[in-house]
Ligand binder design. Structure first.
Ligand code: SF4
Length: 396
């Protein structure tokens, strides 16, 4: 289902281009198939503008023409920067109540990772090192899988689904290349690359950054407030964002730009200019932000000291680089225990819940299985090598 409609976008003024985008959205909304729409919403500028334009279109239609169900979906990685998640939750609440008051078929939902796939269960439980550019296990577990699960659930009751995303070519070179490769235009629906019967729709594809800001500054949110809070958040946090990531192809932009706001634990970038920016601007509770900032720095230090890591991978295999050097494995058990202890101290210090009780249960379960596995390895080695086997996984 790839279709094309003419979009007079090249020479028009900004208001005309925005109106052209509304027309494309309207025409797609009125398609006869009535597949439900999912709007990917991160609370950032692009998805805010996208939702605003969708809202305008639906609100302008007579009630009998509002045939399509629209689900606005935010994703909480459970380690979001506190200000960002506060903004996401608040705005989704406002969206939900304004939609009800205005009689619009718009609902909201927040997805979260499965409890055994969260950041802390991965790091503290399994000992995964905090993510790096080359080992970015987080986007898959914390962003792509929860959204994919929701898409599949929604597809149980529908023959197809349309996923609206705020991605734009101008976001980055990587994004431009990815969109060009898939021939994404603001008026085409492209098949999702892993979920059957799901179609991606990116109406903002050709807008520039300034277009987005100008439009947001000139038009308040139809769910009832100006975008001042969003603008301030961006200004103080330094700009970029780890968006709602839907496919592996999109993942490179998550956390890849140095100024961004995403997870407060994000170690993909060495310097977290967003948390630092929030602290320096005095935007929020500085002591709380400083404490989170320091914890994140400590996680990076732990990761970069090989003494904290096992000499083998979790499956017991040794991995080497092309030059023969060893790739160290997950954190040792005692390091994982220390991270949990300090995280719980941080919770007391900041008064924030940073880890859920369910995650702690899951972590203890993983540790217990790791210990049993290690005991089994030890006894096997004893029976093969005699009483004093060479140092093992946990002691090497
Ligand atoms: S913000 Fe960082 S830790 Fe969070 S999902 Fe994106 S890349 Fe991963």
């Amino acid at each position: 289902m790839t279709k094309s409609t003419a979009l007079p976008i090249s020479v028009a003024t900004l208001p005309n281009r925005i109106e052209a985008i509304r027309n494309v959205i309207r025409s797609e909304y009125q398609e006869a198939h009535h597949y439900p729409w999912l709007v990917a919403y991160s609370g950032g500028k692009d998805s805010t503008l996208l939702l605003q334009l969708v809202w305008d279109v639906i609100a302008d239609l007579p009630p009998e023409a509002r045939q399509r169900r629209v689900l606005v979906v935010g994703n909480d990685t459970l380690v979001e920067s506190p200000l960002v998640i506060e903004h996401l939750r608040d705005s989704l609440n406002e969206i939900s109540s304004a939609a009800q008051q205005q009689g619009l078929p718009i609902e909201t939902k927040i997805t979260v990772p499965c409890i055994d796939q969260t950041f802390w269960v991965s790091v503290i439980g399994r000992g995964y090192i905090p993510p790096t550019r080359n080992f970015r296990w987080c986007t898959d577990r914390m962003k792509i899988l929860p959204t994919t699960r929701l898409l599949k659930e929604t597809l149980y009751n529908a023959k197809g689904i349309v996923l609206l995303i705020g991605t734009r070519r101008a976001e980055s070179q990587n994004r431009r290349r990815a969109m060009d490769r898939r021939e994404v235009t603001s008026s085409h629906l492209n098949p999702h690359n892993t979920v059957d019967n799901c179609w991606m729709f990116a109406p903002l594809a050709d807008l520039e950054d300034n277009d987005v800001w100008m439009t947001l500054m000139q038009h308040s949110a139809p769910w009832g407030r100006t975008h001042r809070r969003l603008i301030t958040l961006y200004r103080n946090a330094g700009g970029g964002e780890c968006p709602l990531v839907l496919t592996k192809e999109q993942a490179p932009s998550c956390g890849s730009s140095s100024p961004r706001f995403g997870c407060w634990t994000c170690t993909v970038v060495r310097k977290d200019r967003s948390l630092r920016g929030l602290i320096d601007s005095g935007y929020s509770d500085t002591a709380r932000m400083e404490a989170l900032f320091d914890f994140r720095e400590w996680l990076i230090d732990l990761r970069e000291d090989n003494k904290n890591r096992l000499p083998v991978r979790r499956d017991g295999n040794v991995k080497r680089r092309n030059d023969g050097s060893r790739v160290y494995g997950p954190f040792r058990l005692e390091v994982r225990r220390e991270i949990l202890k300090r995280l719980q101290m941080l919770e007391r210090q900041t008064g924030e819940q940073l880890i859920l009780p369910g995650e702690i249960d899951c972590i203890e379960d993983v540790w217990w299985r790791d210990e049993i596995r290690e005991d089994a390895r030890l006894s096997l080695r004893r029976s093969i090598l005699g009483q004093n086997p060479k140092p093992t996984l946990e002691t090497a």
